[in-house]
Design a protein around this ligand. Sequence first.
Ligand code: ADP
Ligand code: ZN
Length: 781
Amino acid sequence: MTKPSYVRVIIDRAIHRELDYAVPESLRSRIGVGSRVRVPFREKSALATVVGVMEQSEAKGIRPIDAVVGEAPILSEQLLELGRWISTYYCCPIETVMRSVLPQVIRRAEVGWKKQLFVQPGRQPDNEELEKLRKRAPRQAELLEAILRLEAPVRASQLLRQVSLDNQTLRALVKRGLVEMREEAVVRDPHADEQFVATSNLILNQEQTRALEEITQALDSPEKSRPILLHGVTGSGKTEIYLQAIRAALNRGCTAIVLVPEISLTPQTVERFKGRFADVQDAVAVLHSHLSEGERHDEWHKIHSGRARIVIGARSAVFAPLKNLGLIVVDEEHETTYKQEEAPRYHARDIAIVRAKIEKCVAVLGSATPSLESYHNAAIGKYRLVTLTQRIDEKQMPLMRVVDLRQERRKQKSATILSEKLRIAIADRLEKREQTILFLNRRGFSTSLLCSSCGEARNCPNCSVALTFHRYPAVAGRLSCHLCGHTAAVPKKCPACGQDALIYAGFGTERVESTVSQIFPKAVVRRMDADSMTRKEAYRETLRNFRTGKIDILVGTQMIAKGLHFPNVTLVGIINADLALHLPDFRAGERTFQLLTQVAGRAGRGETSGEVFVQTYTPFSPSIQFARHHDFAGYFQQELEFRERCGFPPFKHAVLITVRSPHEGRAKLSAQTLQRRLKEALAYSAEAAPEPEAPSGAPTSRKPLGLPSLKAAAKAGPPEFILGDATPAPLEKLQSQFRFHILLRGEAIMHLSRLVRETVDKLPVPEDVIVTVDVDPYQLL
Ligand code: ADP
Ligand code: ZN
């Protein structure tokens, strides 16, 4: 390595620029791309990441760096390249991207290992001294004897616990010089107390064998391989394939990342991976949002130092600092939780594809219900499609029954929670001692409080949504806003008209739980949603009790829709399938289809086949009908036609710009100005010959090559871009901020991103107006 005289750095603060510094002679041997450094910045000092090393610099007024932080560079060139790609693609300053690439606890200078005191024997006492000690200080003698018997140093706290003696006794021995103590770094392992049952490879069925072969072939020539889309129905044994593919990667001296949605990062999943790789010490590191700072620090270093060779984690694990990466698996690739909803607004599945390209490794995306984007990419040949059509042991797909709530309403004369058919089915399961899952994606007891006289609903003062009534803690008996957390007491009379005519309308999981308990008083009913699961242990406990059969009926939100595997569940009820369907979002249909298919996948994973009841007011909507017949291809076909007709992804990329402010007028004006400037910039860029599209894999679909130039396309007919007006967002007010949207769509996303970035940067906005840019948005409200 040449010794650099100058470095280019990204400072941790948002200044939107990279800066050059000189490297003092004494520091040159310890610095490289990816090093963390402390530099003088303005009048203060700041932490920064080195992104380039140079012999020379043209910059003026160069100052020297103050110090190198830590021993070795902590960021690889590949991760740096990935960071730059994200910055360009997602219209986001590089320093903001860095906040995701390097966890906070790693970026800080004072990162620390947990230190603990270890004890070992000190000066050897003679018999006389020992005898004296036994008489005068019997507890000291007892402790000393325990320490003399030690074969290796042990943790002081652990030893004292074992012999039931206190710290004071230990200190006294240290003072006498008979015992020595020293500090040592220990690793915090959040899974240290858990036992993992070692498992070995299962014998794969034919479809699985073929899928694994595809992956191992790709592992043998990763440069030539395309990402693999593994489309396998729920319970078709995808996870088993991942496990064996990872083993194949390890056998080739490589490492692997497995991304799973946060919600399915259950102890069950972690156990499965740790169990399979129990033969490799420390092989598996786990990254998720519940880790303490210390645990995160230790897991990260376990990965960076090369001890951990498999990383399993949620979204941000895509940045795990593994070396010699061979395989990245994205399980449940269609999950929207892979999209980060704050800057950098990246999508981890797409980042996985780009990282795989940069690191020349294999990417495998798995799902029972692939996203339209990925399936389309497979259809046009960008991805390699591998299909698993059978459930393991040829278990039947569950029988799906659609219940028309319109008819039910005529019978019951009020909103139906349980239709008669579903009720009978539950009773039948209780009789047979089989289990039921009831699914409703809405929390609370009643979803609004209405006045039947004047029609006013109780709305949140800060957001444009109705307040939800909760019966249970934490907001027992109060109204609460699910967006900002505002709570209010339930008024006796309508505050608007003064009439005593308030009624509760709409129902959530709390109401389902209480209704089901009333109808089936002998059944054990539990609820699992964000309100009932505020404690981490509550989640594990409920799952355990459900698995061991202590719970008959589990009611829950999407928390229970994913990845769980309970052989004794033979009935799933979807209380209201329409909830997601009518949102102002072009993915509403796709989400409904996925949700129904995934929830249905929870039924009949054991010996007995399953049954699913889908309650809906729109029984003939395509999402419901295709899901009912387990017809992915049919669904995909018609949804794709719709997307193409309307110019939505995967045919065009979308960029959603949100302008918000506590002051409605200012937000609106800024949005309108920005829209006008974008229009001008787009017109101008269509005139000028555009630069070629950035080469690295823009992840979602485009025609693979030979994209016509913008100019040619403009002449040829339909416009390359669709720029919407500045309009109030569907969720007009959120947390006391008024919100306006501008939606821009087009194919050449790198070009669009750059253009938006430049236009937004130049826009003069009042201080209380905030503009955010979301490329490939998933949240359209
Ligand atoms: P998926 O990830 O597709 O939902 P899993 O990998 O979880 O499916 O498999 C479902 C169940 O079938 C699991 O209990 C798993 O242990 C079992 N299984 C998977 N592959 C095999 C196999 N080849 N032989 C026997 N059992 C298998
Ligand atoms: Zn609110």
